[in-house]
Design a protein around this ligand. Structure first.
Ligand code: B12
Length: 479
């Protein structure tokens, strides 16, 4: 079978997203590389797979994609309209082509996608490896895991299966079109020793699943967490890095685990498994309550091991310093003083911090906004340990507990229908600006104007400490 995979670029309506990197260019997609390597290793058939270059006009991309027998598209909320446009166009040009959507957004709204878009044949929820293999090998639908289909008219799910990371082959970008060009900005910044935040790194991973979601439940705004934890063997983590070192000279990575330092033991294991010749400069996510709960000596040891691994920045989603606001999102916070202690301890090992705020969550008030501003001011006093700020207005992404809660608010859904002409429950391409605005109207005691005001104040406060391109976020203004 001739197979094409692609992750389209941002939809026009989401082009104002700020990634907090100097360039909007992204390196080749790890998720698609992983799927490609899985097919090569486990398929009984001879397939040819190409990962398309998304950096061209979407109409051109559709023309190219229509020439294949199977098109797999990686769907994020931020590129969903482009995914659907592509699916529609390829089906118009080639009625025999099979189109499957996977990725974080498709995983959350499979029914809405299949009900609203007849150009999509299948939706894969979460782990894509075995579903993709089953589809391209033509297995019986009922035997394919994680698959949404509409063989009996309405969307139905087969069964859930988690990929065994021990079985994961080492992946590379050998089937990516225009690879040299797609890696050029990344390699240029990396090799000229410029500020790493000028370009997005290549994503790698050591863990699938979120330990916070497992132990405390999923954060209500999160669209990507899973409660089943799987670890990549530490040696394999380094072997993967070595492949990327040797084939492409890539050394700058984004460990995309929901939480990388899940425990001191895990971090120690990875640090001790590091081969001398492996080269890695890594940004990763941390969870403050886990690190703050460690004894100071354990925290210091973990910081040393993170440094040995090559971590130069941990991203902490503090989100909001008002406990009540956080509690509504099923998240525990820690106080500014504790946050500062953790940031300073890791900072002494050269590991800097990205801090993330989410404003406009249910329960937000003028007082809580003020508290967040004061907290940021205080945190930024801690030397120069915070080097990057991610600040967003909360978006109730479809499929999250937060959005499901809003769907039960009749006044809100009525307003949403009036403004957009669509039913929030069945919408697969929500107007998130409108939805955020309505969430603020019905679940907070503040206003969009007040939130914009505090957002500006917080951004201006950060500007005194960091260049503009290191400040980013999801929705940066609301009317
Ligand atoms: C790395 C990353 C980035 C990198 C991307 C680098 C790159 N080359 O692609 C950068 C920094 C550029 C980035 C930017 C953004 N990101 Co980002 N990013 C991630 C991150 C941390 C990891 C993605 C990854 O590589 N995972 C590892 C691979 C192996 O997993 P995967 O891609 O999910 O693929 C698996 C399955 O999903 C599935 N699958 C995926 N696609 C397909 C397709 C088919 C056909 C099939 C069958 C299966 C399948 O199979 C794969 C193997 O199991 C995720 C969070 C996360 N932990 O996943 C957020 C995430 C994907 N990003 C997100 C967002 C919102 C953004 C931004 C809009 C943020 C912003 N404000 O700018 C931008 C958009 C950029 C753009 N131009 O499109 C959201 C998407 C939310 C959603 N519900 O859609 C996520 C989930 C984070 C979050 N929790 O909010 N991001």
């Amino acid at each position: 079978m001739r197979i094409a995979l692609v992750q389209p670029n941002l939809d026009e309506k989401h082009e104002n997203q700020k990634q907090a990197y100097g360039s909007a260019e992204r390196p080749p997609e790890t998720g698609l590389a992983v799927l490609d390597s899985w097919i090569k290793k486990y398929s009984s058939q001879q397939h040819s797979i190409i990962v398309l270059n998304p950096n061209k006009a979407i109409e051109k991309l559709a023309e190219e994609a229509a020439k294949f027998d199977f098109l797999g598209i990686s769907d994020w909320f931020s590129n969903h309209d482009n995914c659907i446009f592509l699916a529609k166009k390829v089906k118009e040009a080639n009625q025999k082509i099979l189109v499957a959507l996977g990725g974080p957004n498709a995983s959350m709204i499979p029914k809405e996608i299949l009900n609203n878009n007849y150009c999509v044949d299948f939706v894969v929820s979460r782990d894509g490896e075995d579903a993709f293999l089953g589809l391209v090998d033509g297995k019986a639908i009922k035997e394919i895991p994680n698959l949404w289909h509409r063989l009996k008219e309405k969307p139905l799910f087969t069964f859930q299966k988690y990929t065994d990371l021990q079985k994961l082959p080492l992946w590379d970008f050998s089937d990516f079109r225009d690879l040299e060009q797609r890696l050029s900005a990344y390699l240029k910044i990396q090799n000229s020793q410029q500020d790493p935040w000028l370009v997005s790194p290549i994503a790698i991973f050591s863990v699938r699943g979120c330990i916070k979601a497992l132990t405390e439940g999923i954060c209500s705004y999160c669209s990507s967490s899973e409660t089943k934890i799987r670890l990549l063997p530490a040696q394999k983590f380094w072997k993967q890095i070595k492949v990327l070192n040797d084939k492409y000279g890539a050394e700058y990575f984004y460990v995309c685990d929901d939480i990388f330092p899940i425990s001191p033991k895990w971090i120690k294991e990875i640090a001790e498994a590091k081969p001398q010749e492996a080269k890695a400069r890594i940004r990763a996510y941390g969870y403050l309550p886990i690190l703050a709960a460690l004894k100071q000596s354990q925290l210091e040891e973990t910081a040393k091991n993170l440094k040995k691994i090559g971590v130069f920045n941990l991203f902490f989603g503090s989100e909001n310093f008002d406990e009540k606001v956080l509690a509504q999102m099923n998240k525990k916070g820690i106080r500014v003083e504790e946050t500062t202690r953790v940031i300073e301890t890791i900072g002494k090992e050269g590991i800097k911090t990205t801090i993330a705020f989410l404003l406009g969550l249910p329960g937000e008030s003028k007082q809580s906004l003020e508290k967040n501003l004061k907290s940021l001011e205080k945190l930024l006093e801690a030397d120069d340990f915070i080097e990057r700020l991610y600040i967003s207005i909360g978006m109730p992404l479809k499929g999250t507990p937060w959005c499901k809660q809003l769907e039960t608010n009749q006044k809100l859904t009525k307003d949403y229908k009036k403004e957009t002409g669509k039913d929030l429950k069945t919408d697969d391409s929500p107007n998130y600006k409108e939805l955020s605005r309505l969430s603020i109207k019905y679940t907070t005691s503040t206003t969009p104007q007040e939130i914009n005001e505090y957002l500006d104040k917080m951004i201006n406060c950060a500007r005194k400490k960091m260049p503009d391109y290191r400040i980013g976020g999801f929705l940066l203004e609301i009317k």
